[in-house]
Design a binder for this molecule. Structure first.
Ligand code: CA
Length: 530
């Protein structure tokens, strides 16, 4: 049969739900049996920093609980590894070149179809709380309360259905307070879809006061590739996202006076001269009490840094420890707030009827290749943590190796709500995988395309590529024209570019053919166009 499952269903005009239930029931707004959807997402949360994925860095008992009571995906990937574009893809079920949001400078066209609009139409109440970051105001929500742009870690301003309101406190807690408040006063006869999207642990990693000293007496293991030499990888070499180049104040929280001048590019040479002012402004926005706790922690670190006068590799290792400790401490707040939501579902007897998802808009480098940030198609930022719990359909303790994408979220949510995924959505519902029944023709390769260059942060060249179960092929373009090929089985750290290795000639040809097929399938046949 030459049709894929999805094409067959589309031809039959039934949408993805047609697979298991060829006849759709009419949607009645009052129907109560459809599951609630609680879609919790954080920003830049790497799999390496979730204990069900790796025990090396942190203990996250609440996120782990979702995995233990449901399913954990080990090969969940993002199609364009950067904040805004990943979010736009999740909402629309479409690649960046189709939904129009290629990079963080684009504004989301809120007129277009999203899964929340379709759920609303089908009788769901839809809520959006937290980080939105799509420039235009949210559409398709009954109630939306979002941070301005990236938002602040402390004392945030929310835009609440168009009106600005300032709060005092820690943003990760406040986002959850808001979610609980809405759950408490909602109409219990109507299913809900709630997006709880945290700002944390996005740069510049400001932990809650109560977690400031969590890693005081513990150094974290160094990643294997902290001192990568970028051999045979020109784009990696030219990227400006090394921990070595972080801002000493804004990123690493040293006090003015304890270092001579800001030495880092911080990933943006144009912004670098303003980094001190920007950090000072953030610090000044803390309340007196918050400043007191902040200073009690960082003054000591800063003073010691001045005394120690570290150089070379010692300095890089110090920066890594400084960075990772703040990053992880922010996640401690995310995890405890996931726990607050799970507790609420338990207490109100909602756990059985609610699909709970925890994910991040992409992965992140925690010192691998000497980096922080994301963007590259390499494993750490291509991967996206994904755990899902829904006791009615997902057995506990499942681990899936299937390839699922952020592109699939919209059709999956619609599938659960009994709503046809429109033709224009490019993802696939992974509901069958959640139930433990992977379709025979499920994808074995995925397509990726990143655009934010030459403007923007970190100087990561534009690139597109394909990842199969074993291999990855990437083409960097624009002011560069280089290809990279990796054998992930032999080289999971992606240090050995095999593109010109004759032993991989056949593999390379197959990958190029498959890449072209995917570009045709998704309508990205002119990937080099500006
Ligand atoms: Ca992000």
């Amino acid at each position: 049969m030459s049709f894929t499952r999805r094409e067959f269903i589309k031809t039959a005009g039934l949408g993805t739900v047609g697979l298991t239930f060829p006849i759709l029931l009419p949607i009645d707004g009052k129907q109560t049996k459809r599951p609630n959807i609680l879609f919790i997402m954080s920003d830049d949360h790497a799999e390496q920093a979730i204990s069900c994925y790796s025990k090396a860095l942190i203990n996250t008992p609440n996120i782990d609980r979702i995995a233990n009571e449901g399913i954990m995906f080990k090969n969940s990937f993002v199609t364009n590894s950067i904040c805004g574009p990943s979010r736009a893809t999740m909402l629309t079920g479409k690649y960046s070149h189709k939904n129009g949001l290629r990079d963080n400078r684009d504004a989301f066209n809120g007129e277009q179809m999203t899964f929340t609009k379709l759920l609303q139409k089908a009788g769901y109440k839809t809520y959006m709380i937290g980080k939105w970051h799509l420039v235009t105001n949210p559409t398709g929500f009954d109630d939306w309360q979002v941070l301005i742009d990236q938002g602040e870690y402390y004392n945030p301003i929310f835009i609440e259905n168009g009106v600005n309101k300032k709060y005092t406190g820690y943003t990760t807690d406040i986002i959850t307070d808001k979610a609980l408040e809405i759950l408490e006063k909602r109409d219990t006869e109507t299913p809900f879809c709630m997006l709880v999207h945290h700002k944390a642990p996005h740069r510049n990693w400001m932990p809650n006061s109560k977690h400031l000293d969590a890693y005081d007496n513990k150094d974290l293991p160094l990643p294997e590739t902290l001192f990568d030499d970028y051999k045979n990888r020109q784009a990696a070499k030219e990227a400006d996202m090394r921990i070595d180049d972080m801002y000493l104040g804004h990123d690493l929280k040293l006090k003015e006076g304890d270092f001579e001048k800001e030495t880092g590019t911080g990933g943006n040479k144009e912004f670098a001269p303003n980094a001190d002012d920007s950090w000072q402004k953030t610090y000044e926005s803390l309340t007196e009490q918050q400043k007191k706790l902040w200073d009690a922690h960082y003054d000591r670190i800063s003073k010691k840094f001045k005394e120690d006068n570290l150089q070379g590799k010692d300095l890089t290792e110090w920066k890594y420890q400084r960075y990772i400790k703040d990053y992880l401490s922010c996640i401690l707040s995310v995890d405890e707030n996931v726990g607050r939501l799970l507790d609420y579902l338990d207490k109100h007897n909602l756990a059985d009827d609610t699909i709970v998802i925890y994910t991040s808009d992409q992965g992140f480098y925690l010192g691998e290749h000497g980096w922080y940030d994301k963007r590259f198609m390499y494993e750490e930022s291509l991967g996206m943590p994904l755990v899902v719990r829904y006791p009615k359909e997902i057995r506990p303790n499942q681990v899936s190796e299937e390839m699922v994408l952020n592109l699939d979220f919209a059709p999956t949510f619609l599938d659960f709500a009994g709503v046809n995924a429109p033709q224009e959505m490019q993802g696939e519902s992974f509901r069958p995988i959640l139930k433990g029944k992977t379709p025979n023709d499920w994808r074995t390769s995925m397509y990726y395309h990143y655009y934010e260059y030459p403007h923007g942060w970190h100087d990561v060249k534009r690139h597109y590529g394909i990842r199969t179960e074993r291999y990855k092929l990437i083409h960097f373009y624009n002011d560069i024209d280089t290809w990279e090929l990796y054998d992930l089985e032999k080289d999971p750290n992606e240090l050995n570019n095999l593109y010109t290795d004759p032993a991989y000639k056949d593999v390379l040809n197959e990958l190029k053919t498959e890449l072209k097929k995917l570009q045709e399938k998704y309508g990205d046949t002119n990937p080099l166009e500006k």
